[in-house]
Design a protein around this ligand. Structure first.
Ligand code: G16
Length: 545
């Protein structure tokens, strides 16, 4: 067995872990390790050790590491691991990551590393390969240096893809591991990603026109330059795609996600103040690492109107459901929708009663939704915050390609479905790919955003962030819809909800910030606001105990 002990000890001393107060631990959460960037150097080093182990355990398949804090403020950063098919790290391994990162000294770190290798029967001689990228946060440089030190100490081959959106890294991991196989996911390069999306976009449009200008707010994050790059690959002679990229300043780190981006739009329920948009213009916002997408426009009569992840989900499910029917595959393929507790009740009713599709609710975090969506032939999953995608099973993809069309209409539907299979990122929610999908659907339906918004009326809702001493005291059950701890809090929430018509509320600990989140919906806006405030006070009170 190869011994990495000396190299790990030496490198760990250069990238030490910051000790936490007694009784507190680092935790591999919803989106990996995410916190203030100055706590992350030692963690990034240790994630390098874990990624090497994971690659070796999987016979040298490439593992991805993404350095990003996505929608969080500029001072935060994060490190998360991507599995070989481009999906999130297998859940069991989150525990191993947590164990390595919390080892209290360099010696104990080496002991945990060797213990994991022995317990998991990992041959440390097998080659390991890790590929990585980062968003535009300046702290990313230090974290990459620490990560590389961890990879070098364990003798892992590593490839630096530099600045990437999170979904681009997921794409590259899958492309790397499928290269040269019949299931090749695309060329192993950033250019390969653009070429694949641009080609599938043209094919999916099938000559339809895209109306008007689309303004894309890029949260001053990595999505800005990457979207501008993608647009170069969309042939102007074939597609009239008029995109105005805004909030794409990646030179001033402090403006990242500041008063712009998908999280701002969703939580504040208003358009970014800058640049000011003209009424009627079709707009959308990405988040800091371009994995979330929210559409909106300023209506001359009703003001700001938002089309969030639930809307994208129901739009995609209805369009793909119709295509499957036209393609004559309705009885062969099971379509389902996956949501979280944040899904607007009106969207769930629309999907189950109008589209007549099954809906499954999971805890927050795309890793949960992704897993459940894989149980369908066509699994549509989106969080209300705009994070999601559509997964096609191998059977579905082969049916799109190989079914014998009985009419030109069937052929058209099959060809469109096959194009969607390439357009939609199959590894993870991808704001840029999802945006192209929405544009394709609107063009096919010849719809404006107003037509899209008319499909159902959202229940008024409100999201509130509540600062608490220790968010981990708040534990939930029933897909995060009910609090188990602290005792008594859920009873008080139930009492508050009873006071309002058609109301629902829940509270949960954030997986990405040290805070709790409260969601409330009710028959009117003022009632939704009032209920959210009441529940927030309950949480504040229990949080202070
Ligand atoms: C991450 C996850 C999302 C999840 C979000 C929840 O988003 O990838 O699936 O919805 O965290 O955050 P919280 O637990 O704080 O409510 P992102 O875009 O920040 O990576």
């Amino acid at each position: 067995m190869e011994n990495h002990d000396k190299a790990i000890l030496a490198a760990s001393a250069r990238h030490p872990i910051v000790p936490l107060p007694k009784g507190q631990f680092y935790n591999y959460g919803t989106a990996g390790f995410r916190m203030k960037a100055d706590l992350l150097e030692g963690i990034s080093f240790r994630v390098g050790l874990l990624a090497s182990l994971r690659s070796r355990k999987l016979n040298g398949q490439a593992i991805g590491v993404m350095i990003t804090a996505s929608h969080n403020p500029a001072a935060d950063n994060g490190v998360k691991i991507v599995d070989p098919m481009g999906d999130m790290l297998e859940q069991d391994w989150e525990r191993y990551a947590t164990a390595l990162v919390n080892a209290p000294s360099d010696d104990e770190l080496v002991a945990v590393y060797n213990k994991l290798a022995a317990e998991l029967k990992i041959d440390l001689i097998v080659p390991a390969k890790v590929i990585y990228g980062r968003d535009t946060r300046p702290s990313g440089h230090t974290l990459v240096t620490a990560l590389v030190a961890g990879l070098a100490a364990t003798g892992a081959e590593h490839v630096d893809y530099k600045l990437l959106t999170t979904p681009q890294l997921h794409y590259l991991v899958r492309a790397t591991n499928s290269e040269g196989t019949p299931l090749s996911y695309g060329k192993v390069s950033e250019v390969g990603y653009y070429e694949k999306l641009a080609e599938a976009f043209v094919r999916a449009l099938r000559g339809r026109r895209i109306d008007g200008t689309l303004v894309v707010d890029c949260a001053n994050g990595v999505g800005g330059p990457k979207l501008s790059e993608l647009l170069k690959y969309i042939p102007k002679d074939k597609v009239n795609f008029d995109v105005k990229v805004v909030n794409d300043d990646v030179l001033r780190p402090e403006v990242l996600n500041l008063e712009c981006g998908a999280d701002f739009v969703k939580t504040k329920q208003r358009a970014p103040p800058s640049p000011k948009q003209q009424p009627g213009i079709r707009c959308c916002s990405l988040d800091g690492d371009a994995d979330r997408l929210i559409y909106y426009w300023i209506d001359p009569e009703s003001g700001f109107v938002m089309l969030d992840g639930d809307r994208i989900s129901s739009l995609a499910a209805s369009f793909i459901g119709d295509l499957v029917e036209s393609a004559g595959l309705k009885n062969d393929l099971r379509i389902g929708v996956v949501q979280t507790a944040y899904a607007n009740g009106a969207s769930t009713t629309y999907i189950t009663q109008h589209l007549r599709l099954p809906v499954i609710c999971t805890p927050t975090g795309v890793k949960h939704l992704h897993h459940v969506a894989q149980g369908f032939d066509i699994g549509v999953y989106f969080e209300a915050n705009g994070h999601g995608t559509v997964l096609f099973s191998p059977d579905a993809l082969s049916a799109f390609r190989n079914a014998e069309p009985q009419s030109p209409a069937q052929k058209d539907a099959l060809d469109t479905l096959a194009a969607l299979g390439d357009l939609i990122n199959q590894t993870v929610g991808d704001a840029i790919s999802d945006m192209l999908l929405v544009e394709v659907i609107l063009a096919h339906k010849n719809w404006t955003l107003r037509d899209w918004a008319m499909t159902y009326a959202d229940l008024p809702n409100r999201l509130v962030r509540v600062e608490v001493g220790d968010k981990d005291r708040f534990r939930t059950t029933d897909a995060e819809r009910r609090l188990l701890h602290p005792a008594g809090a859920q009873d008080e929430i139930d009492q508050a909800v009873k006071k309002y018509k058609d109301a629902r509320a829940f509270a949960r600990a954030s997986g990405t910030e040290n805070a709790c989140r409260v969601y409330a919906e009710a028959a009117t806006r003022s009632e939704a606001n009032e209920l959210a405030e009441r529940v927030a006070h309950i949480i504040e009170r229990y949080g202070a105990q």
